[in-house]
Design a protein around this ligand. Structure first.
Ligand code: OGA
Ligand code: MN
Length: 292
């Protein structure tokens, strides 16, 4: 039994209120109940966890580790020509990569920038966690940024909190986080016609019970019940507030890093990188509930 694996784990905060590194655990082996409890409480406190040095983790080991956080969601439909999943044998794992083999990309997002977003928030039930494992990393670029959506909510002026309390937002399902149109989707030309789930702008985290601002992606977002102009202006205010640099933390990847983030209280974005270099990550997403 590996019941003592991870019993000496340490947690070190990495940023201004978001991001922590967990050391002293090998994720390629079963995680003890004690370590799991420590990981969960660190996750609730820090919103994003980084585990370094996990090189050589198999796809099955990534799935097994991810299952600690709950049932896995199926991977999102890729915005590629075929619409076929990147990992045929692992329906809950997706690849994020710019690598092309025999003319076919082996993962999503290319080498592009991915704008600020919440993973798969265009669904009615949205993932609680996303887990990203670095297999190949370019020499520079491709950093991933996180912002704290509890802080974004807490630091809103009282009148803005009151104004957004009853409001919902439509989360566009037509494009991926690099802005590419998904197979079979029509381009949105008027945000009032955006197709995607409607979620409250303020959500309550089901475990911590704390309130967080909940935004999916800026492009084609719309607040029903407001005029287009009011919706655009309120969204611009909320977005620029949420992603202000002082409440962000940036992950600079090393091969073997595993990152776990909480989509209920953070957003993320990724820098572009040189397309002639290689980057390959595998990602899982843990099924969550309907935001309330
Ligand atoms: C993701 C994502 C960013 C990155 O996997 O959801 O946004 O760094 N990835 O590749
Ligand atoms: Mn993402």
């Amino acid at each position: 039994m590996s019941s003592v694996v991870g019993d000496s784990i340490t947690v070190v905060s990495l940023g201004a209120g978001i991001g922590a590194q967990i050391d002293g655990i090998n994720l390629r082996e079963p995680v003890s109940a004690l370590s799991k409890a420590q990981i969960m409480s660190a996750w609730m406190l820090h919103k994003v966890l980084r585990f370094r040095g996990q090189k050589g983790m198999s796809t099955q080991q990534l799935v097994d580790f991810s299952r600690l956080f709950g049932e896995l969601d199926r991977a999102p439909t890729p915005a590629n020509k075929t619409g076929k999943p990147y990992l045929a044998d692992f329906p809950t794992v997706t690849a994020i990569s710019n690598i092309v083999v025999d003319g076919q990309p082996i993962g999503g997002l290319g080498a592009y920038e991915a704008e600020w977003h919440t993973d798969m928030s265009y669904n009615d039930h949205t993932p609680s966690a996303s887990i990203l494992y670095a297999i190949e990393i370019p020499p520079s670029g491709g950093d991933t940024w996180f912002c704290d959506m509890y802080a974004a909510y807490a630091q809103l002026p009282a009148e803005l909190k009151a104004r957004i309390a009853p409001l919902k937002c439509v989360h566009d399902a037509s494009r991926n986080s690099a802005g590419m149109l998904r197979k079979g989707w029509k381009e949105v030309t008027d945000p009032r016609e955006t197709i995607g789930a409607q979620h409250p702008l303020v959500r309550t985290h089901p475990i911590t019970k704390r309130k967080a601002l909940f935004l999916g992606r800026r492009l084609n977002a719309c607040i029903p019940g407001l005029s287009l102009e009011e919706s655009e202006s309120l969204l611009n205010t909320l977005w620029s507030h949420a992603v202000r640099p002082e409440s962000t933390w940036v992950q600079q990847w090393k091969v073997g890093d595993v990152l776990v983030w909480d989509n209920r209280c953070s957003m993320h974005r990724r820098d572009a990188f040189d397309a002639s270099t290689r980057r390959l990550m595998h990602r899982t997403q843990v099924a969550g509930d309907r935001p309330y």
